[in-house]
Design a protein around this ligand. Sequence first.
Ligand SMILES: *Cc1c(COP(=O)(O)O)cnc(C)c1O
Length: 397
Amino acid sequence: MDSQTLMMLSEKYLANTYARYPVLLVKGKGTRVWDLEGEEYLDFVSGLAVCNLGHCHPKVVRAIQDQAEKLIHVSNFYYIEPQIQLASLLCKHSFADKVFFCNSGAEANEGAIKLARKYAKEKSGGNRYEIITMEQSFHGRTLATLTATAQEKFHKGYEPLMPGFKYVPFNDIQAVRNAIDPKTCAVMLEPIQGEGGVNCPSEGYLKALREICDEKKLLLIFDEIQVGMGRTGKLFAYEHDGIEPDLLTLAKSLAGGVPIGALLTKKEIADSFRPGDHASTFGGNPLATAAGVAAFTTLLEEGMLENCQKMGDYFLSQLEAIQKKFPFAKEVRGKGLILGIELNIDGSSIVKEMLRKKILINCTMGKVLRFLPALIVTREEIDRVIKALEEVFRGIT
Ligand SMILES: *Cc1c(COP(=O)(O)O)cnc(C)c1O
């Protein structure tokens, strides 16, 4: 079937939840993807920070193949070898002692919300359940995580929302202090906001949040679903600030492209979950966790964090150079290889222009171009994107 026919069938049979670009992708390798007609694209979206190792990394492909031949699924009634391996790896390389596996980011955040409530009720004796989240946040699309997401545009039509969330502006410590009351049990945020426009914490903000949470006995929940697993140049974004969260959620790139989610925490907190309290049929299944083990070891062994830091710095400086040349380009933000450039104008037409040049980029919040290349990206590839972007920008002024 040709791509026109397939796109028609897509409109006919798939729920109308995505505004898609007219491209049908069939193959990927490293930083490149190909459409049905064989046209090659340079991918600076990476499945929205899922394909951090690049598309179809051979070690991940091999792990999936090997595992698929051995065992694809059993129930969590039984011990699963790769699940144990991935949990050990995560704990060995993070602040955490224990991991709960699930299948997506939203599900990981659901788990964090449930655990925070349960822990607080057990420990405080009182009725503590409220979670403070940040404006422009994004935590997922289930009813609880949608409510945690402090952006009205995602709420419309789904009311009544879940009780138990309070919103404050990002980067405003006093607002957090003011929002805390006897019902508060946790503060939840992305250490860098992705969907919200690549918003970075100001100096000392995360540390101050840690101090408030310690002082008021609240749990600090970091949603690193987008920025974890090397995206910022460190394995976890919290490492940049010399602090540790109490709960950490991961998903996106954790299994090299296979669906997975994870909730990481300290033993004392994790133990508020007892057998039967929380579960997921596919959570930590052999296939996803085998892919996760391969993805994790590859990320650590192949110098990807170093490349991310180096290429991130280079890309940032190149974007800043462009920003200075065009008055409609307001600000460049980000860390490592999650970078954004905020415009005064609509960014979606720029994404389309870049697509015409066979480069995939993303736009969020209408006006922020977001760049999420694989961590193996090269200087030449960044140069190509910068050159194309400059050409598109020049066409606007
Ligand atoms: C993508 C994302 C989610 C939601 O993950 P899903 O797998 O789509 O449910 C939650 N939080 C952040 C920060 C994300 O980037």
